[in-house]
Design a protein around this ligand. Sequence first.
Ligand code: KG4
Ligand code: ZN
Length: 343
Amino acid sequence: MLLLALESSCDETAVAILRGEPGQPAEILSSEIASQIELHRQYGGVVPEVASRNHSLHLRPLVEQALAHAGVAINEVDVFAATSGPGLASSLLIGATAAKAMAAAAGKPFLAVNHLEGHLLSPFVGTGVVPPHLGLIVSGGHTLLLDVAAPGKYRKLGGTRDDAAGEAFDKVGKMLGLPYPGGPEIEKMARGGRCDAFNFPRSMMKEPGFDFSFSGLKTAVLYTLSQRNPETGTPLPDELADLCASFQEAVIEVLVKKTLKAARHTGRKIIALSGGVSLNKALREAFAKACGREGIELALASPGLCTDNAAMIGFAALQHAFHGKSSPLDGDINPNLSLVAAD
Ligand code: KG4
Ligand code: ZN
């Protein structure tokens, strides 16, 4: 099955072409991304209007590039897929409308894909088989812990009550005067710092259940900054690395402990990490150590599949296309689309 997938839910325009067969590793024939990070950096975050204009500017050349790199003609494509939510409405519309138009013109099926399902299943692109597991999505917009019985069979165990993990990295990065997005910048700075220099809070560790909260941690960093440097509220240069390391450690400890607690609770023997924050090496190492101790297998997406991309959307679409599913052309995008009934 040859599938063309589009992703335009936030600030990355992406197109991928995949060849897949049930139970086989998906072959990514091409995966193109036009990143808008540089464009939004000057505003310190994503500006929706700028994002959607750039999606419409880049999408068509990117589709042509993806077809050329894959060595595929558009009339060979069997299914057209696109992210239909969650995300920015004006951004989602561009990719979803383009995929529907291509499907209608080619007389082929269209598949609407949940962006979170793309992240969730991304650690299994390489094997092509999604085993029962515990999935932790840690991205800029979401922190979601799910019990996965099979593709499409998801049960929410926990989520964030306020900020997503990536959002906390980005907001704290901004407070510390680091460029957008804060996640990779904090990771870089943290390498030279002591993670026990500041005792930041680990929220919701004692509560039952598996929910997260990161806004208290963000406020604790802000409070520390205003105490250390009342004049400007910016960090003292020689404390920046320690602040980054201590903040990062607080996020990691909560994510690891809660997820391992959920693994013990559900009896799942595989934990899969996905989303932009799962690129963080300290997070990967902490999970690897904890999983190793408890005899749990850790599944990680390859780095190119962690941040937003269309290959993960294509892989999720393939899992549904294999079962003959398709979506109506008059279906709408949904900026608040849920992956499970109660998230
Ligand atoms: O999955 P993603 O590309 O977009 C969403 O769907 O939200 O994730 C982007 C997020 C940003 O918040 C970014 O700061 C974070 O992932 N991120 C990181 C790292 N690389 C990206 N956070 C921590 N450490 C990193 N190395
Ligand atoms: Zn994402």
